[in-house]
Design a protein around this ligand. Structure first.
Ligand SMILES: [Zn+2]
Length: 408
């Protein structure tokens, strides 16, 4: 691989990479993970607090961030702490929300408590305990059949993760016509025959998303920009349990902020750099979709780097490239060269994140993903973030940006 950047401006690239301060990134991450940020789900006060904090952070580096608001048709939100009690049968107790039962993203509305006996073949007034869960349309059709029989709702199995939590799901296709609650499989089996009373007030409300976009001008006004993006939204806290959303993706957000500080404190690169803290990734990569459209409409075609999950290093870093055809060879070359020069092994892996929106828009795009720990769980907290992973992410991104900027 030709070492273009190193031969052109080794000092600038090296000093930028070395200027990345992981302690600063960690401090930014800790602010984003605090309880008052409420897990940064769009439509919450905590989310808007995060937006304001990040805009102020970029401003403090001398950037002029633009807040680009967009409408979100609906977000799912629990209006109160969910409760579920089984009386009689083998259980005869209250279950613990998030550890033993959870809301289901396709549930119909449940404004008040719903009660009925749990049965495998449910009839009138009963909850249907589903042994297998049909996907897609078949799920809605099953709900119709059960509703016609007079069933009060459906209970589906959801396995706990390695730490004993039912992963928070905040995105789902259209709701069905019956209440649906997810229960841990062993408890679901034990609930059969008991009378189950559940109140899981999951509502769908419109919200506003806000992308935070700042541009560093380049030395060559004709040059295509380099885009660095990271989503700052999170899955949101439960009513009575905080979700810090540290790895996903306060880590990428904090790295982007520190990269912004490093880039603004040095002289301009040949190419402009667009820094985008995008919103609403967790509910369908809506912010990056909005941003990609805006770039296309403006006739801008950046090389896009997206960072999602930078809080844990598992010995190598996943890179997902797009579009497939034509393959973004210059982005591959820059990343590959950066990884080699910094001793950070890269591999072609799945990074299902905002990079796909930019790739779908036709931009040469790379999704960069370090490790995930406690995905969509309340345990995804700042205490489980490895500062050295933040450091590696920052260095990799800075080196890649310098290499891209030096390409012809
Ligand atoms: Zn994420």
């Amino acid at each position: 691989m030709t070492d273009t950047a190193q031969s052109r401006e080794p000092d600038a690239a090296r000093s930028a990479v070395d200027a990345f301060d992981a302690d600063r990134a960690l401090a930014t991450l800790q602010v984003l993970c605090a309880p008052d940020m409420q897990g940064r789900a769009p439509g919450t006060a905590g989310h808007d607090l995060a937006t304001g904090f990040l805009a102020a952070e970029l401003t403090s580096y001398g950037l002029t961030p633009v807040l680009d608001a967009f409408a979100i048709r609906e977000v799912m939100r629990l209006t109160a702490q969910p409760t579920l009690r089984v009386a009689g049968g083998r259980l005869d107790r209250d279950l613990v929300h998030r550890a033993e039962f959870a809301e289901h993203p396709r549930s119909g509305p449940m404004p008040g408590p719903v009660s009925g006996t749990v049965a495998e073949d449910a009839g009138a007034g009963e909850w249907a305990a589903l042994a297998t869960v049909p996907q897609g349309n078949a799920f809605a059709e099953l709900a119709e059949v059960l509703a016609a029989r007079g069933a009060v709702g459906m209970l589906t199995a959801q396995n706990a993760d390695g730490s004993g939590f039912l992963t928070k799901r905040v995105q789902g296709p259209t709701p069905v016509g019956l209440p649906v609650v997810a229960v841990r499989p062993d408890l679901l089996a034990d609930a059969v025959g008991g009378v189950l009373t559940a109140h899981v007030p999951l509502v769908r409300v419109p919200a506003t998303g806000t992308n935070i976009v700042a541009t560093l001008p380049g030395g060559d006004p004709e040059a295509r920009p380099i885009l660095l993006s990271a989503h700052y939204d999170g899955v949101g806290s439960d009513p009575e349990r905080h979700f810090p959303c540290a790895g996903d993706n306060a880590s990428g957000t904090a790295v982007l902020c520190e990269v912004a500080r490093v880039l603004t404190s040095a002289g301009p690169l040949r190419r402009p750099v667009v820094l985008a803290l995008v919103d609403a990734e967790e509910i369908g990569t809506l912010g990056s979709g909005h941003h990609a459209r805006a770039l296309r409409e403006a006739g801008v075609e950046p090389d896009a780097l997206n960072l999602d999950m930078a809080g844990k290093f598992n010995g190598k870093v996943a890179v997902e490239l797009g579009p497939a055809d034509p393959a973004p060879r210059h982005v591959i070359a820059a990343l590959d060269g950066a990884g080699r020069s910094l001793g950070i092994p890269l591999y072609a892996g799945t990074v299902s994140s905002d990079n796909r929106r930019y790739a779908s828009a036709g931009f040469p795009a790379a999704g960069i993903g370090f490790g995930a720990a406690h995905y969509h769980s309340p345990l995804d907290g700042p205490e489980r973030i490895d500062p050295d992973a933040l450091r590696k992410a920052g260095r990799l991104v800075l080196e890649t940006i310098h290499r891209l900027a030096a390409q012809n």
